[in-house]
Design a protein around this ligand. Structure first.
Ligand SMILES: [Cu+2]
Length: 215
């Protein structure tokens, strides 16, 4: 079975990588050490390990300070995402739309700004306008919010290289902002991608229309 094969391969690879860790430093050092000493003492092993950290991973370790996961592995976050090309629309958003992600865990229904879809008005965007959407997650669940039809430029500090995404996962208690250029006329779904959240009302219709600026 392909799955089993994959697991075995992974297991072997994990074993190999663990065994391989000391060897680069070992190869690095013996020419210097062997004339001085016939055996590897504890201090040398420790020294080799320290060199692995110092030479191989110091900058990486510094970068991941405060967000390392189990075993010292780097935990990837949205801060690691960066667009390959700069975003085309460099205008500042003309307004901010606040979407509070709300609901009730015990009764298990989910809403936006405390309103379910059937009780809410559509979010109207003027064709060509640039808006900022601020998600404020007031719940203790993550909500992957998916805006159809247009890119969500995640504001993660990369400026023009902020990554473009379809779905933005907003963690419990988190505030995340996206910038959107309304470049697609039509009616679009905007919803939590946990479909049982969407079903209970964490859904909005977004309408992008050609309207005069004075409206
Ligand atoms: Cu949700």
């Amino acid at each position: 079975m392909p799955g089993m094969g994959g697991m075995n391969r992974m297991g072997r690879m994990a074993g190999m990588s663990r065994a391989a860790v000391p060897s680069p430093a070992g190869q690095d050092k013996p020419p210097m050490k062997s004339p001085m000493s016939g055996r590897m003492g504890k201090g040398e092993t420790r020294g080799a390990q320290m060199r692995v950290h110092a030479v191989g991973a110091a900058s990486r370790v510094r970068k991941m300070a405060g967000r390392s996961g189990p075993g010292g592995y780097k935990k990837l976050t949205y801060a690691d995402l960066r667009g390959l090309r700069p975003n085309v629309d460099r205008r500042k958003p003309s307004r901010v739309i606040v979407l509070r992600l709300t609901g009730n865990m015990e009764r298990y229904f989910w809403t936006i700004n405390n309103r379910k879809y059937s009780d809410a008005k559509a979010i109207k965007l003027r064709f060509g306008e640039r808006v900022r959407i601020r998600f404020v997650n007031e719940t203790m669940m993550a909500h992957p919010m998916h805006l159809h039809g247009m890119w969500s430029e995640l504001r993660n500090g990369n400026g023009r290289f902020n990554p473009k995404k379809h779905t933005i996962s907003v963690g419990p208690g988190q505030i995340i902002e996206i910038d959107v250029t309304a470049d697609a006329v039509g009616q679009w779904a905007f919803h939590c991608h946990l479909l049982f959240h969407m079903e209970t009302g964490m859904f909005r219709k977004v309408v992008v229309a050609q309207v005069a600026k004075s409206e």
